[in-house]
Design a protein around this ligand. Sequence first.
Ligand code: AHR
Length: 502
Amino acid sequence: MYDVEVGLDPAFTVGTVDPRLFGTFVEHMGRCVYGGIFEPDHPTADEFGFRGDVADLVRELGATVVRYPGGNFVSGYRWEDGVGPVADRPRRLDLAWRSFEPNTVGVDEFCRWARGVGIDPIMAVNLGTRGVDAAVDLLEYANFAPGTTSTADRRVANGHKDPHAIRTWCLGNEMDGPWQVGHKTADEYGRLAAETARAMRRADPDVELVVCGSSNSGMPTFGTWERVVLEHTYDLVDHVSLHAYYEPAGGDVDSFLASSEDMRRMITAIAATADHVGAVRRSDKKLTISFDEWNVWYQNRFAGQEQLETTENGALIEDVYDVTDAVVVGDLLMALLDHCDRVAIACQAQLVNVIGPILTRPGGPAWRQTIFHPFALTARHARGTVLRTAVRTPAVGTQRFGDVPATRVTAVQDPETGALTLLAANRSRTEPARLTVPLRAFGERRLLEHLTIADADPSATNTAEHPDRVVPRPVTGTVVDGDQTLTATLPPSSWHLIRLGA
Ligand code: AHR
């Protein structure tokens, strides 16, 4: 057992949580759309073919925004193929995943579904094989009022009178990656992104634009890419994107449990890079980060899409997550919250089946993976103001990051209810932690609940047969004493949510 002490004061804050930090991502890939959110023959399908059981789980997950339609897919996508009468829509080759795209679901169907489950769509435009024209046309199609342009009236003729009112737009996807269809150098992409942003802003000055940053921190161009791209686009965009996926590479679970150290360093590094470009321009503007793809992804199990997939909804990267994965996901959410002064948007990738918190069987059930739980709890309770934490904790040694804090703690106070939410991750695989948090600065506090994701078997998973094998469980023995000090025990490899009422 080791000791962790946390210093907290409601007056010392990091910033306010943008609700878009709890975003998700739906790509036309594998069984995310077809066989995931959309399965017309499913017994729970609605009149438009979307699964009701999946929609219920998506609502429970509590995601606030959803990025669409890719991902790598968007870099070869012709959005016009996915609108109008379904019978007339072409079946196309999807070069990103070497699959076929039937175009049964497109912008209109997706936006109606997203609004129906209470999520705001974030739209990505294709800057791989296309450019300014297609992006502005899509903006007009999606957002313009009836009668303004013939492109807007196409939407009305297709049965969608009300504009989709999409506020946030991504200028392409992972354009730094050689795997991307239409991959570009930073200068080539920066110019195209700037031209597209300028045109989109002329069409609608209120859109928020996300320019592509790095696909991961190991990219050889990490940092340089952002500097060059932002030299072209700084005044025209609002956010720069980052992506990161984590796995226990080579079986190194200790480094895997500390994955959020990489995410934290990425955010700090790219915020500094953006600030450098701003400083050179003598700009008052502060860019924020859109961490619009992040998750655990066992990439070592994925050999790439070698063969042309002939079916429309063949399974791709359907990772089954265990308890350790859920602890890492919870810790990654804490890293995003701890940087809420610089991260405005974040999307866990993806939503259903494809590295998703929800899994489905064709014609059968849908269930929550282990990673569903830390996301749902954090999205529900970590709202308001993130507080600065001073955490005294021993370190654990990791191969990838050196010595890192054995326990991480994040604190969020809801200014409306006064509720204080503590999130904690014990990354030690062998030692429990004794957590002590003096709360006197917060007045009188009472414990509302202490839930954990932990298990004697860290490799336990949820399955269709045992969908609730891993769920958040209440922790006994946690107290707030007469001196207003919270004490709790955090078992090895565990993630926690502790809520304290005013
Ligand atoms: O989410 C899976 C893929 O990961 C996305 O299509 C791409 O953007 C990233 O490389």
